[in-house]
Design a protein around this ligand. Structure first.
Ligand SMILES: Nc1nc2c(ncn2[C@@H]2O[C@H](COP(=O)(O)OP(=O)(O)O)[C@@H](O)[C@H]2O)c(=O)[nH]1
Ligand SMILES: [Mg+2]
Length: 192
């Protein structure tokens, strides 16, 4: 979080993290669409040679005294590590972890979560985190409690869980709002 006293702007960095194909880009598109800013979201090809992308966009809200600027990224483990560490990690104010809820992806989700834990170590317990159980529309889903036990959910101080269907927008704004409430308990974005 950065405070620019000249511009009276607070800058907040948020990362959508999770395994490949879990729905991060779809979630971001929905979020930016919600705020009428779909055109400002950019997908960027990584330079690692693999066909990986990360997305980046800015959401700006004007307040009466202070403005808020959200820098929002999405990344899988590979490109988060390769292209944005350590600066992104140091400045991150909150994480939305996008789970692929299909039972067959249980271990991919866990691996991705453990990677994230590896970047922060025990510091992550103080980090605001929202878990999006995405693809909740599909059959054969993971057992929520089983997943939460595997990630030591109870150790996290600012964590919540939302069931999402990114393809039709279910839970997308709600998960973002929940994250903001952890970052800024007093915030009130005058949208919906
Ligand atoms: N059924 C279903 N499919 C989804 C959902 N969210 C994303 N997808 C699909 O999953 C695939 C990967 O999504 P994408 O957003 O590209 O994943 P990313 O790699 O995490 O950015 C795409 O085909 C999406 O249409 C969802 O909630 N339900
Ligand atoms: Mg993507």
């Amino acid at each position: 979080m950065l405070f620019d006293y000249g511009d009276k702007t607070i800058q907040i960095k948020i990362v959508y993290y999770g395994p490949a194909m879990s729905g991060k880009t779809t979630s971001l598109k929905r979020l930016f669409n919600h705020f009428g800013r779909k055109d400002t979201l950019k997908s960027i090809e990584s330079t690692t040679g693999r066909t990986l992308f990360f997305d980046f966009g800015i959401l700006f809200f004007q307040g009466t005294e202070w403005n808020i600027k959200f820098l929002i990224y999405s990344a899988t483990g590979q490109d988060f590590y390769a292209s944005t560490r350590p600066s992104t990690i140091i400045g991150v104010d909150g994480i939305i972890f996008v789970v692929d809820s299909q039972i067959s992806y249980f271990s991919q989700n866990l691996r991705s979560w453990n990677e994230l834990y590896g970047f922060f170590s025990h510091k992550i317990y103080e980090m605001p985190v929202i878990i999006c159980l995405n693809k909740w529309d599909l059959e054969n889903k993971i057992n929520k409690d089983d997943f939460l036990n595997h990630i030591n959910y109870h150790l996290y101080e600012k964590i919540d869980i939302v069931q999402t269907i990114a393809t039709n927008g279910v839970g997308i704004y709600d998960s973002f709002r929940k994250l903001l409430n952890f970052i800024f308990p007093q915030i009130n974005l005058k949208t919906h």
